[in-house]
Design a protein around this ligand. Structure first.
Ligand code: CP
Ligand code: NVA
Length: 298
C-alpha cells in the first residue's frame, strides 16, 4: 500500500506517469468520455483548515470517476473533540478506500498512515502540499513541455509550498532558485536534503534571473494570520510585479497555488496578465488528483 504524504514518497517515474495520466484524463473528460474506474469507492476528506480548490477538486474528481467523497470537518467529527488520532484512523479506514487529510500537523498524517489500513493523501500540512505540485507540474508540461533542466524561481516565504517545490526540483530535475527575506528561509532539513537542487537568495531579482517559471504564494499562510502585519513589512520587496518578471526569460510563466492577495505577494498585472497560468493550474488540481487516486487505488 502506498501513501502520498510527501512528493518523495513516490518514485520519479511514478510521479511523471501520474502527471502524464492526468493530461490524458483531462482530455478524456473534455471529450465527454465517462470513466467509472472508482465505482463504489469512497474517499474520506478530513479538514481542519479552509479550502476551496482542494475540497472541490477531490469531491468532483471522485464523482467523475464514479465514486463518492465524504467531507469531514474537524468541527463535525469527534477528532475535533479530542478522540485520539490513532482511534479515528483505525475506524475511518475500516469504512473507506482512501483518506485525504488537510491538517496542520504533519505528524497526525503519519499516525493515520501507520495506524490506518488505506492510502493517505496529504492535501496540505504545515510542512508540505504535494497535491499542488502534481497540478503545477502538469500545467507546466501542458503549456511548455518538459520542465527538466529549466530554472524555477520561488519568491517569498520558505513555507509548505516552497518545501514541496524543493522536492519537485529533485524529482522532476529542475533548478530551483529560492528568494526569501532573511529569517523566512525554508526549514534547514529541507535545505540540507535538497541542497544539490536549490540556490538560496535574499534578492528576488537575482532568483528570477533567466527563470523559465516564477512562483509565489501568500506571505502569511493559514495559521499565521496574527503575523500578517509583521510579514507585510518583512516581505515588502518580494512582490512579483512586471518589473521583477523582467529579470526572468521573456517567455517565462507565472504560477501561484491560490488563494492570492493582489497587491501583496503578486501584482494584478502579473497574475491577471498573459504570463500567468493560474487558472489552468487551479483546474488541473481536479485531473492531477484523479490520476493520483487511480494510482493509489490500483
Ligand atoms: N491551492 C489550494 O490548495 O487551494 P485551497 O486552499 O483553496 O484548497
Ligand atoms: N502556504 C499556503 C498555501 C495555501 C494553499 C497556506 O498554507 O496557507
Amino acid at each position: 500500500m502506498k501513501h502520498f504524504i510527501n512528493l518523495d514518497d513516490l518514485s520519479n517515474q511514478d510521479l511523471t506517469s501520474i502527471v502524464d495520466n492526468a493530461i490524458t484524463l483531462k482530455k478524456q473528460y473534455k471529450e465527454g468520455i465517462v470513466n467509472q474506474q472508482l465505482k463504489n469507492k469512497t474517499l474520506a476528506m478530513i479538514f481542519d483548515k479552509s479550502s476551496t480548490r482542494t475540497r472541490v477538486s477531490f469531491e468532483a474528481g471522485m464523482t467523475q470517476l464514479g465514486g463518492h467523497a465524504l467531507f469531514l470537518s474537524d468541527r463535525d467529527i469527534q477528532l475535533g473533540r479530542g478522540e485520539p488520532t490513532k482511534d479515528t484512523a483505525i475506524v475511518i479506514s475500516s469504512m473507506v478506500d482512501v483518506i485525504m487529510m488537510r491538517v496542520s500537523s504533519h505528524d497526525d498524517m503519519k499516525t493515520f498512515a501507520n495506524k490506518g489500513s488505506v492510502p493517505i493523501i496529504n492535501a496540505l500540512s504545515d510542512e508540505s502540499h504535494p497535491c499542488q505540485l502534481l497540478a503545477d507540474m502538469m500545467t507546466y508540461k501542458e503549456h511548455k513541455g518538459s520542465i527538466q533542466g529549466k530554472t524555477v524561481a520561488w519568491i517569498g516565504d520558505g513555507n509548505n509550498m516552497c518545501h514541496t517545490y524543493m522536492q519537485a526540483a529533485k524529482a522532476f530535475d529542475f533548478k530551483l532558485n529560492i528568494a526569501t527575506p532573511i529569517g523566512y528561509e525554508p526549514e534547514q532539513i529541507f535545505i540540507d536534503n535538497y541542497a544539490e537542487h536549490i540556490s538560496l537568495f535574499n534578492q528576488a531579482s537575482e532568483a528570477c534571473n533567466q527563470a523559465d517559471l516564477v512562483v509565489t504564494d501568500v506571505w502569511a499562510s493559514m495559521g499565521q494570520e496574527a503575523e500578517q502585519k509583521k510579514r507585510e513589512i518583512a516581505f515588502k520587496e518580494f512582490q512579483v510585479d512586471q518589473n521583477l518578471m523582467k529579470n526572468a526569460k521573456t517567455d517565462a510563466s507565472f504560477m501561484h497555488c491560490l488563494p492570492a492577495h493582489r497587491g501583496e505577494e503578486v501584482a494584478s498585472e502579473v497574475i491577471d496578465g498573459k504570463q500567468s497560468l493560474v487558472w489552468d493550474e487551479a483546474e488541473n488540481r481536479l485531473h492531477a488528483q484523479k490520476a493520483l487516486l487511480l494510482y493509489l487505488l490500483d
